[in-house]
Design a protein around this ligand. Structure first.
Ligand code: UD1
Ligand code: CA
Length: 451
């Protein structure tokens, strides 16, 4: 049996933020959410999160996960004190407890599994993840005897100059025999520079304690400040982008591109520079996005092109061209082989196949059929100042330049709207409709002179 406990009660003073440290986002997920997801691979029976500073916000950032147990650490007196709070919750628990710092979010599931297996095979009292850090500043240093048995962990600030030369650091990821840990937790004392109860001191009372070095030290980077948050983001991005390139996606100038790890891409997708793919976005094969585009929680079909545009919460079907400078949002759905072009905004609208809106339009709360042509400057006036109203446009209908469709309104199929019209009443199929004042010409008219 395995239980997991995540330490997430601290404020994270070094972030200089009102938001609790573990709620800061790394891509689409908060740090603590990442830590939780990283350890799900070991299929823990219990998942406990120790919360304290702004506990509501921490709980909120984990709302997507059912079955978590939140344990309150009302005062944050150190990592050892945090784990002491588990005692009443795990009274009857027999098995191993995995403890993870909420600010170490880049761990791979395979590393956690390996730690647990080593712990169980060797029947250790405790097993710790360690690393040889090129720059160990700020981390607890791990000291072992000749047989790789751990003797002591000394926090950076409590180290002598000589001890600081040791580059083997504590990752903040531990596996404990819970029964043994529970019996020594009450022995912790706060006699250190910070006057805190350190979890790391339990190794002084437990035996045997083993250290397992992680191969890739980048996995265990702890995030204490904004600089480290940004480095962690870069590491995550490199992982994500390398994986997609390996899977057949072309990234042009990858350093200028960001891709959330929740995005799904098919082979032969091409991503051009300065493009950002966020959230639950899916992109089909042969589609080219960018340069200069943002795609958020959206699905793009195959052979789509998106150029200098923003697409949020929307769907674009095969062979459609978006942009330059288009904005699709609020559940827009654009059919196959359409063109949504220069300075066109589409909000919460469903557009049929082979329909074009190529220049300077706003389409909101509208339903358009197939092969519709929206003339330059056509606008659905969907808002009367209080409520939003729908517009419906039938197949093959064409709107002239600068027409305004005042919703609620329905234009039938094969309608032609004269340029500059303000349409306020429904129009049946097969009509030419013009709603503007006639042009007036006065032969021989001159401006009157004053004299
Ligand atoms: C800790 C380790 C250090 C290790 C480093 C790895 C201790 C004493 N030191 O140091 O050896 O190298 O992590 O990143 O454990 N927290 C609580 N309650 C508290 C205090 C902290 O829940 O009372 C949580 C924090 O929210 C954070 C985690 O524990 O997620 C680690 O706390 P932090 O203060 O960042 O520890 P470090 O000084 O980095
Ligand atoms: Ca830390």
């Amino acid at each position: 049996m395995v239980a997991v406990a995540i330490l997430a009660a601290g404020r994270g003073t070094r972030m200089k933020s009102d938001l609790p440290k573990v709620c800061h986002k790394l891509g689409s997920l908060s740090m603590v959410e990442r830590v939780l997801e990283n350890c799900l691979g070991v299929e823990p029976q219990r998942r406990l999160v120790i919360v304290g500073y702004q506990r509501e916000r921490v709980q909120q950032s984990l709302a997507a996960h059912a079955g978590l147990e939140f344990v309150e650490q009302a005062q944050q007196l150190g990592t050892g004190h945090a784990v002491q709070q588990l005692l009443p919750y795990l009274e009857d628990f027999t098995g191993d407890l995995l403890v993870l710092n909420g600010d170490v979010p880049l761990l791979r599931s395979s590393t956690i599994k390996h730690l647990l297996e080593t712990h169980q095979t060797n029947q250790n009292a405790a097993t710790l993840l360690t690393a040889q850090m090129p720059n160990p500043q700020g981390y607890g240093r791990v000291f072992c005897d000749g047989e790789n048995r751990l003797t002591q962990i000394i926090e950076d600030r409590d180290c002598t100059a000589a001890q600081k030369q040791n580059h083997r650091i504590n990752a903040g990821v531990y596996c404990f025999n819970w029964h043994k840990l529970a019996s020594v937790l009450p022995k912790l004392e706060a006699n250190n520079d910070q006057k805190e109860y350190y979890l790391t001191d339990v190794v002084n009372f437990l035996d045997p304690v083993m250290a397992v070095d992680v191969e890739d030290y980048e996995e265990i980077l702890g995030i204490n400040d904004r600089k480290q948050l940004s480095s962690a983001y870069d590491i995550l991005q490199t992982r994500v982008k390398d994986a997609w390139m390996k899977a057949g996606v072309t990234l042009i100038n990858p350093d200028s591109i960001t891709i959330d790890d929740t995005v799904e891409l098919q082979p032969d997708v091409i991503i051009e520079p300065q493009t950002h793919l966020r959230g639950k976005t899916k992109i089909g094969s042969g589609t080219k996005v960018g340069p200069g585009s943002l795609i958020e929680n959206s699905q793009l079909g195959q052979q789509v092109t998106v150029l200098y545009s923003v697409v949020s919460d929307s769907v674009v079907k095969d062979n459609t061209r978006i942009g330059p400078y288009a904005h699709l949002r609020g559940h827009a759905e654009v059919g196959e082989a359409c063109r949504i072009g220069n300075f066109v905004e589409v909000k919460k609208s469903k557009i049929g196949d082979r329909t074009n809106a190529a220049h300077l339009s706003y389409l909101g709360d509208a339903t358009l059929g197939n092969q519709v042509n929206i003339g330059c400057g056509t606008i659905t006036a969907n808002y009367d100042g209080v409520k939003k109203h729908p517009t419906t446009i039938g197949d093959r209908t064409k709107t002239g330049s600068n027409s305004v469709l005042v919703a609620p309104i329905t234009l039938g199929a094969d309608v032609t709207v004269g340029a500059g019209s303000v349409i306020t009443k429904d129009v049946p199929d097969d009509c030419l409709v013009i709603a503007r004042s006639r042009q007036v010409e006065r032969k021989g008219w001159r401006m009157k002179s004053d004299s």
